[in-house]
Each structure stands twice: as C-alpha cells, then as structure tokens.
Design a protein around this ligand. Sequence first.
Ligand code: NIG
Ligand code: FE
Length: 416
Amino acid sequence: MSVGSLSISGAEQVLRPDRHGRPYLRGDVAFRQTVQPGGLSVRDGVIAGVVHDPTCDVLVDASGCAVIPGFVDCHTHLPFVGWRAVEYEQKIAGVPYEQISRSGGGIASSAQALSEATDEQVLAQSVALAGEMAASGTTTFECKSGYGLSREGELRALELARALDSRVAQTTTSTALLAHAVPPLYSATDWMDEVETMMPEVVRHGSVSALDIFVESIAFSNADLTRMGALAASAGLALRCHVEQFGGLRSVPVALAAGARSVDHLSTLHSDDIPALADAECAAVLLPAAEFLGAEHRAPGRELVDAGAIVVLATDANPGTAPVFSVPLVIGLAIRLYRLTALEAVAAATLNAAWTLGLHGDRGSIEVGKRADLVVIDGSIEQIAYRFGHNPVLAAFVAGEPVFIRDDARARFQGL
Ligand code: NIG
Ligand code: FE
C-alpha cells in the first residue's frame, strides 16, 4: 500500500526531543522531551512538518491519541524456529537456566530445532512474529544469529536474517552473535579461533553491522569478549555483548575497554561499574522481560538513568528466556520494575535504541527530515505502562506507510 503524503491531526500528545539532532537521550535529559498537542505531516516517507497539513492525500484523525516514534527493538534473537515452553515449566518449578542449559536445553535445543528446520519453516514463523511486532508498534528490529552453533549454521542464520529483512514490513539490522554457546567438541578458545576464520564470510554481504558474544560461566569469558572486540574493530563492526545476566563476572569494564557499543542484560551489574558505564558512549540495554520471566536479578535501571547513562529497553525476543515481542509490555515492566518515568522508558525504546543500532540519524524520534516511523496510540503516553498488557497501538507507520491499522482505527483514516 502506498499512501503518498499523510497528515495526522488532533493528537493530545506528540512526543518530540527538546532539540533537533540529539543522537540519544541520556537519563539526565530524557525528561526534557516535549509533549504537546497537535499533529504532523509526512511527504515522501519523511516527516515534513510538525503541524497538520490538510492538503495531504491521507488524513488521520488522532483525537484522544498520542503520536510517538515507532519502537526500535534493538535486541532480538530472530530468526529462530520452534518454542521451548517445557523449559518455562521447569523454571517455574525452580530449575535454574544454567542447569537447563547444561542438560541440553537452552540455546542447544533451539540450535537443534534450527538445524532440523527448512529455511521456509524458519522464515514462516519469523515473518509471523514480525507481524505481531508491527501490531505492537515496532518499526525497526535487530536480528541475531547465535542458534547456528557451527560455522555453516551461523552463516545460514545470517543468510536467513537477510531473507527475513526482505519479507517484513520493518527495517531490520543483522548482528552476528558468533559466540552464544560453546559448540559441541570445541573449547571456548578453539571456537573463538574458528570465529576468527569465519570473519571474511560474515562480512561478505555487507549486511552484518555488529558482533555479539554471551559472557557467562556457561558460555564465554571476559578474555573472549576482549578478543571479540578486536575482531569487531578490525572488521569495522560494532561490538554488542550479553553481560551480567546471571553471573556477576564484572564484564562491563572489559566491554568498555573493548569499545562496546552496548552492554546488554546487566541484571547483576556491580554498583561500582555504574559511573564508568554512565560516562561512556555505550548503551545500557535492559531486558526486563527476561528478568521477569526468569526470576533473574534486576538491573539497576533507575540508578543508570540517574547517573546519565544511555539507557535502552528491548524485548530480547527469543524462544528461551523471553518469548516476548511487545515493546509496550516491556515498557510496562520497566516502568514498574526499574521505576522509570514514561518519557524515560519511551526514549529508551526509540531514539536510544536507534543509536544502539547506529540508526539515530534517520529514525527514533519525531523530527523534521527523519523517516516517518510513527505509532499512534489509543491514549496518553503514560497509559502504555498503566494499562499493563493492553496493546495501545492503533496504527504503526514505516516511512509513512501504514504497516498496521487496528480495526477500530480505520474510521480515523480518510483517503486510504
Ligand atoms: O539474551 N543469554 C543468552 N542469550 C539469550 C537467551 C537465548 C536462549 O535461551 O535461547 C538471552 O537471554
Ligand atoms: Fe539476548
């Protein structure tokens, strides 16, 4: 569907940064965003003005609604196939993730499912999930490999990510999570040697923008993190890392020294590591759905915001620790569990998440000249968390094109 120009009018709230061109909204300035009634117009897929323009082809009545930037889900494990509901039952019964993982569950079981599935099966499930994400307001998301667990498997996962990108309404990015679990018959060091030899193939298509590693007692070490950082730097890719999820390995200083673009999870972050992280050009990506569903420790979200960190929220969408695809639900969890404000949480899931992916120049906030990735919600910004579990999304737009319109919102559209 191509709508030409579009104008949204009569919103109770339009959320914008306090000034043009901010790359991110650190915790100490997120509260300065402006929330005003009004509208905006879109031409050629780009935000053309922050006032209603009645000459546009399509007119959207946003009375009673808020207009916010499309959500950027910067930490997901798509594409994957299958589910692991049995593990969730084990967790509820008190079996720790590490134990599930050591007994063949966890990442290894999703790797097995991936190796047994056809490309079409993987893509069918992942495309359907991307549709759910669009209906929850996600207009950009990150893909990760990591369930390949072999040279061929990882390269296939990256290829599946490219195929997924061409089949979904959103824009995606691709992260090579080349060190997720130590593959059978390898030591961590031997596998890192293998990763090093894979790099020319990893970067060949130009689709991969970051490398990632899971640093944990059941996975890789801080020394492997340093090595992954060097590989990322020499390939010109960003370094992302899963750190401080369970073990408290004090990986954040190591990640910062390795030039990480983001440190993700942080559930066991040591309080002494907060100031350096808050001062760094490194995003603190918090994943409250994994923490909640796994009864994990809780990241110091409020403290990170107060210290001025680039705080980010994401789903961690994966078949194990977080089978969750809704950013509004994650915002609801984060506001309650970390005691964030609505403006802090929305900034964390939009502009700050876009910065994590290197996409802040053209999306993540409502600014003239940026891509018109927008969400219209059926109440105020504060209601996203307050009406916990309700999907507030009435309509979502990617580059000005509607990718989701809720049935009861169709009457608000004129000219479609
Ligand atoms: O981000 N922590 C490691 N990776 C994922 C979980 C992967 C899985 O359990 O399949 C995470 O939580
Ligand atoms: Fe993850």
